[in-house]
Design a protein around this ligand. Structure first.
Ligand code: UTP
Length: 276
């Protein structure tokens, strides 16, 4: 049973400038609710008990969002507003589950993951990239069921347009194990169209083995001079670690780009009575 999740939040969010010049993109509202809360709800509903946030000094406002007790207590006392009380209770519930670690230099997702090494207790843990929202079906929960069945690593995946492969980690499949699940043979970070092994992309949900930390410790910077989690995964796959790609059934919303961010609010507002 996977109990811990990690969420890298220490990136600069340059694609959402100017919004991110003073604001953490993960707190930007998506249909009136901070994006990070959708991710937290996905974790809670999947049965995760502890969540590790990787933030930076520049993104301290993410921690402040969960540690604003004095302000809430004062307002609640003064206003006696039931809605505010409920919102505060929700934040308290999240706060109990969250630990914070710091990555003050954004050297890449792999480096961000490495910062959580001393907190990960079990053989496997979940990682969620908060720019990737998946709605209508809880992707983490489905992946945890696959992990339980195969006792292996799992990554969320979807077919992307061939001309867009250089935006993603792209994998080559070795065999199909069920309608939506495949054993991965290789994975490459942001390949060129010419060198791409397929148009099957890895999306921001990963069940990773703790042994990935020993790979990350030795990893050299890759594409764009960053330390990528994909490169550590590639090296584990080369050593015959089993990774399953799961074509998730929910709807993918890319909140990391301006177009995608705007669209995600519209999509969620269309859902009547939004729930998994
Ligand atoms: P991205 O590279 O896609 O997003 O990282 P970014 O860096 O935040 O934004 P852009 O590309 O400049 O617009 C994917 C996730 O990994 C985190 C980011 O916060 C994001 O959630 N990340 C990235 C880190 O925590 N540390 C890093 O060094 C890099």
């Amino acid at each position: 049973m996977i109990k811990q999740a990690i969420i890298p939040l220490a990136g600069l969010g340059t694609r959402l400038l100017p919004l991110t010049s003073v604001f953490a993109k993960e707190l930007l509202p998506i249909n009136g609710k901070p994006g990070i809360e959708y991710i937290l709800d996905e974790c809670v509903q999947a049965g995760i008990k502890e969540i590790i946030f990787i933030i930076s000094d520049k993104k301290k406002m993410i921690k402040d969002y969960f540690y604003n007790d004095r302000f809430y207590k004062k307002i609640i006392k003064k206003k006696k507003d039931k809605r505010i009380l409920e919102e505060y209770r929700k934040i308290l519930k999240y706060k109990k589950m969250i630990k914070f670690v710091y990555q003050n230099k954004p050297l890449g997702t792999g480096d961000a993951v490495l910062k959580t090494k001393r907190f990960i207790k079990d053989k496997f843990f979940l990682m969620l990239l908060p720019d990737d929202l998946i709605i209508k079906k809880n992707c983490s929960k489905s992946m945890m069921a696959i992990h339980k069945k195969h006792n292996s690593s799992v990554m969320a995946s979807m077919i992307v347009n061939k001309k867009d492969v250089s935006r993603w980690g792209i994998y080559k499949l070795s065999k199909k194990i069920s309608k939506n699940d495949f054993i991965i043979k290789d994975v490459v970070e942001k390949p060129s169209i010419k060198n791409s092994p397929s148009n099957r992309a890895v999306i921001g949900r990963y069940i990773l083995p703790r042994k990935i930390f020993s790979k990350l410790l030795k990893l050299k910077p890759g594409k764009g001079g960053e330390i990528h989690i994909t490169d550590a995964i590639q090296s584990l796959i080369k050593e015959k670690e089993k990774f399953i790609a799961h074509n998730f059934l929910g709807k993918y919303l890319d909140c990391g780009s301006m177009n995608g961010y705007i669209k995600s609010s519209l999509e969620i507002s269309k859902l009547w009575n939004y729930a998994w």
